[in-house]
Structure formats: structure tokens, C-alpha cells
Design a protein around this ligand. Structure first.
Ligand SMILES: Nc1nc2c(c(=O)[nH]1)N[C@H]1C(S)=C(S)[C@@H](COP(=O)(O)O)O[C@H]1N2
Ligand SMILES: [Mo]
Length: 517
């Protein structure tokens, strides 16, 4: 008769908890494949964390993690869940039903997170309920077996006992691997079920009535920023942990609120409207001085002003609160949308339908305003309202309601080293919708020298600049400043991005070595 210990080792108990946790999460993913991404406990809890993240931390994440911040967050949430599952395992193995309360608490937290996601119905509870049933059952069953397993000493003395222990490890290991596969399949199936890629591939973009001019091709200097930002280099900033999936054929835009004639538009109706194509530089308010959260693309879309006028904003309305499929709210001054600038409901970017992570099928693009007050991706509703009546997502987190893009300039080359003699200095400057009329460079705090400006299609894009520098040996500091189309010189005053955009001159220290002969 093998000797049996009443208390299993804590490591084995924790392992039981982790296996049960993975089983529960896998079950939740399978159910979420039918219910929707936002109902997945990991996504729902992650999104809740995103919403609760203070601006400084969000800023830090954008700066230091870039676009991998989302995977990092989901990974951290999964780790915390599994850690707590391990604790539940230890409690359950110690005492039958001892781990169940913690499992219930975890699933209740997932339920709470899911029902508080925008657009949630009662069915968003189902994935967490599935996690509770499958995870809880696995935990109780495995813990019972773990409790009955022979001790290590018994296993040393008796071959059958050793086999027992090894079989338990094998079975639970296989169970864990199975859970990972099933969970992964659930996720993959969820993205297959709503096939946005196919929807995007089927979109035929109309020819614009008013096409954009050809992009300037000249490079400011070797290695300097090109006028058109390649998609792979175009910054991406949004709070969506999983890219919202909206098929063009399912998309509608509702114009609601303080309007004389509320209206609803389908994607085909939108494409049938007169389309224009414009070069516009997007900029994120989180961009630091010298940062790269700015990019230029050729946007194809329907003028927003015409649409809004058809709906007929009522007197007193001064804001359009746009809503995205994933519940983002963005407040744009109504005046900016009606003042004649090329504010677009965009469907195309650089000649192709919007990429999924850029807001497919439809996003807003408004020249001259930071993205968080204008560039709503996956947009599904425009509510005409007032700043005094509605607060947008970032405004309720301390960012300004009004956020025109501030005049900025950036040095892109040389990077940190150069050889004495003629050195090409180059970069970009932007003051969208006002335009850039002058860029100046100075060396070691000396006199400002005027840089050459490259041609631009409109005032709504950044402007490439270049300047030839007679560099002498040693370490030098280059600084740049721009003047906008109204004649206002960029401010030297250093300000952080919060609450309405960074200011100050970009500077660069360059080590100049002796000229080679
Ligand atoms: N739905 C949605 N739209 C959004 C955001 C978001 O978080 N969700 N972020 C905005 C911000 S802060 C910026 S700077 C731009 C960035 O657009 P991009 O990712 O295409 O560069 O999108 C805007 N539109
Ligand atoms: Mo942004």
C-alpha cells in the first residue's frame, strides 16, 4: 500500500491553480469568439486598466513601449490572473472548496469589467461565466487528485507511487497545453468569424472629384524624413487592446444630437458622395519635442462639413462628440469642422482602403488639430452637442478640450556625428492649417540662419527644410525653430505634452571630426 500524504507540496498546488486558470481563460476565449472581443476577461480587464491609467503613465507607456504597449499590458493582466489562480490552487489543495471563493472573485471582476465596456449587453457575462464553470471545476477536480497523490518519499520507495505522480504531471501538462491551443483557436476563430480583412479587400475606392497633387519628391537631405510617411513608420496611438473589427457592409454612421435632421449613412452611401483627396499631417499631442508621433499621408474621404450641414446643427451647438466602435469619444469644435478646412470622413489612406488599425472602414481626419480631438478611428457616430454638456474621453482625464496643433520643428540629420566641412542639416516643421513660412537654424546659440523650405501641397502638412552647415571640428549644438503662416515664431518655452502639446526648440549635439582629405 503506497503511503499517502494529506497535504501536497505548495508547488504542485500552485501548478494545479495555473492549469485551472488556463482552462478557465481558454473557455472564456472560446465563448468570447461568439460574444465579441470586449467580453474576453483579459481584454475587458485590460481595457479597464487602460481607462484608469493616469495621463503620465499612459505617456510613459507610449514613449517607452510604443505600439507593443498593448501586448505588454495583456501579458501583465494574464500573469496577474495566473498568479492569483496559483494562490487559489494552494488554497484548494489545502482544503476542499478553499480556493473557490478566489475564483468567484476573479470571475466577478471579469464580469464587472465586461459590463462596463461601451456597448456591452448582458451576454458579455458569458465568457466569465464559462471561465468560472470550467476553471472552477478543473480546480476542484485536480486539487482532489493532487491531495491523494503519494508523497515524494513514497514515490522513491515504491514504483507504482512514482508512476502515479508522473502520470499526474503528464496529464495536467497535457491539459495545460490543450487549454493554450483551445484558447488560441478561440481567439483565431473570433477574428475569422467577422472577416474584416475580406471586407477590406472587397472595397473599391471611388476616384476623387478633387485629387491631391503629386507628393513633393525631393529629399531635404540624405537620410532626412521623407514627405510621405511609409505606413510602417507612421506612429499609431489608440486605446484599443484588440483592433475593433467593423466590416464595411455592417458599418453605419449616425449623426445625432442637436441637429435638425438626424441621419444615418451606410458605407455605400458614403462612397457615393463627392470625395476629395488631401495630404494631411497627423500629430499626437503626446509627441515630445523632437519626437516622431507625426506622419503624413494622402487621405481620401468625404468632406465632413457637407454632411454636418445636411444634418443641420442647431444654434448653440459648438462641439461634435464622435464615437468609435470601441467606445472612444473625441470632442471636436464644430467651428473647425465647418470653417472650410479639409475635415474628412476618410475611407482611404495613400491610395488604399484604411488599414484595420487606422480605423477601417472610416475615420476622421481634421487638419490642424491634435489626433485626440479630431482623428476618431472606427468612427460610428457624430453627436452634435456642446462643450458645456459633454466631456470627451481625454478631456475627462485632464487633457485640454481645445487642442490646435502647436508650431513645431525637428532636426532629423545629421544624427550625432559629422565630418568637418559642408554638412547637410535637414528635418521637418509643422503648424498644420497655418502652414510653415520660415525655418531657422542656429549653431551653439549664435545667430539664426534661414533654412531652405521645400514645396508643400498645402498648409495642412509638415514642411521639409534643409540648411548647409560649415561645420568645424568639435562638439556643436544645433537648434531649430519655425515660423507659422501667420508670422508667429515657435515658442522657446519648454512645456511637457500635457495638457495641450509640448513646446520648446528641438536641439541636437553633433560631434564633428576632422575633415578627411
Ligand atoms: N477610436 C479611437 N480613435 C483614435 C484614438 C483612439 O484611442 N481610439 N486615438 C486618437 C489619437 S490620440 C491619435 S494621435 C490618432 C492617431 O492616429 P493613428 O494611430 O492613425 O496615427 O488617433 C486618434 N483616434
Ligand atoms: Mo494622440
Amino acid at each position: 500500500m503506497p503511503h499517502r500524504t494529506p497535504v501536497a507540496r505548495p508547488l504542485r498546488a500552485a501548478w494545479v491553480g495555473v492549469v485551472a486558470g488556463c482552462a478557465g481563460l481558454a473557455a472564456a476565449e472560446v465563448v468570447a469568439a461568439f460574444v465579441g472581443d470586449n467580453a474576453s476577461p483579459l481584454v475587458a480587464v485590460g481595457a479597464t486598466v487602460v481607462d484608469a491609467t493616469p495621463p503620465w503613465l499612459k505617456d510613459w507607456a507610449v514613449r517607452n513601449l510604443g505600439s507593443s504597449d498593448k501586448s505588454v499590458l495583456l501579458g501583465v493582466v494574464a500573469m496577474v490572473v495566473l498568479l492569483l489562480a496559483a494562490v487559489a490552487g494552494v488554497q484548494e489543495v489545502r482544503r476542499p472548496r478553499g480556493g473557490v471563493p478566489l475564483v468567484v472573485v476573479l470571475c466577478a471582476a471579469a464580469c464587472l469589467a465586461a459590463v462596463n465596456r461601451p456597448g456591452a449587453g448582458p451576454w458579455v457575462l458569458l465568457p466569465a461565466v464559462a471561465a468560472l464553470a470550467v476553471g472552477g471545476w478543473t480546480l476542484v477536480t485536480l486539487a482532489r487528485r493532487a491531495r491523494e497523490l503519494p508523497s515524494r518519499d513514497a514515490a522513491r520507495a515504491d514504483e507504482a507511487a512514482g508512476n502515479d505522480r508522473r502520470a499526474f504531471l503528464r496529464h495536467t501538462g497535457a491539459g495545460l497545453a490543450g487549454a493554450l491551443v483551445v484558447g488560441g483557436l478561440g481567439r483565431a476563430f473570433g477574428s475569422q468569424r467577422v472577416d474584416v480583412a475580406a471586407s477590406r479587400a472587397a472595397v473599391r475606392l471611388p476616384t476623387p472629384l478633387s485629387p491631391a497633387p503629386a507628393a513633393p519628391v525631393a529629399a531635404a537631405a540624405p537620410g532626412a524624413t521623407p514627405f510621405v510617411t511609409p505606413l510602417s513608420d507612421f506612429y499609431r496611438v489608440d486605446t484599443a487592446l484588440v483592433v475593433p473589427r467593423v466590416r464595411a457592409e455592417d458599418w453605419t454612421l449616425r449623426i445625432t444630437g442637436e441637429v435638425a435632421r438626424p441621419l444615418t449613412l451606410t458605407f455605400d452611401q458614403l462612397l457615393a458622395r463627392p470625395m476629395v483627396e488631401r495630404w494631411v499631417t497627423l500629430t499626437c499631442v503626446s509627441n515630445e519635442v523632437g519626437g516622431d508621433l507625426a506622419g503624413t499621408a494622402r487621405w481620401l474621404g468625404a468632406p465632413l462639413a457637407d454632411l454636418l450641414r445636411e444634418a443641420g446643427p442647431l444654434d448653440g451647438a459648438d462641439m461634435v462628440l464622435s464615437r468609435s466602435k470601441d467606445g472612444m469619444t473625441i470632442g471636436t469644435p464644430l467651428a473647425a469642422l465647418l470653417d472650410g478646412r479639409d475635415a474628412l470622413l476618410a475611407v482611404g489612406m495613400d491610395g488604399a482602403p484604411l488599414p484595420l488599425e487606422r480605423g477601417f472602414p472610416v475615420r476622421m481626419v481634421v487638419p490642424g488639430l491634435y489626433g485626440y480631438v479630431s482623428a476618431t478611428k472606427w468612427v460610428v457616430e457624430l453627436e452634435v452637442t456642446r462643450f458645456s454638456d459633454a466631456t470627451a474621453y481625454w478631456s475627462s482625464r485632464g487633457w485640454s478640450e481645445q487642442a490646435p496643433v502647436k508650431t513645431a520643428s525637428r532636426i532629423d540629420v545629421p544624427r550625432s556625428r559629422a565630418s568637418a566641412g559642408r554638412v547637410q542639416v535637414g528635418g521637418v516643421a509643422w503648424a498644420q492649417h497655418r502652414g510653415v513660412s520660415k525655418v531657422e537654424v542656429r549653431v551653439d546659440g549664435g545667430d539664426w540662419a534661414q533654412a531652405e523650405l521645400l514645396p508643400v501641397p498645402s498648409a495642412d502638412t509638415w514642411r521639409q527644410w534643409r540648411w548647409e552647415w560649415d561645420a568645424t571640428e568639435g562638439e556643436h549644438e544645433l537648434e531649430v525653430r519655425a515660423t507659422d503662416g501667420t508670422g508667429a515664431v515657435q515658442t522657446a518655452r519648454r512645456a511637457a505634452p500635457a495638457p495641450d502639446g509640448a513646446t520648446g526648440y528641438d536641439s541636437r549635439t553633433v560631434r564633428v571630426s576632422g575633415a578627411r582629405t
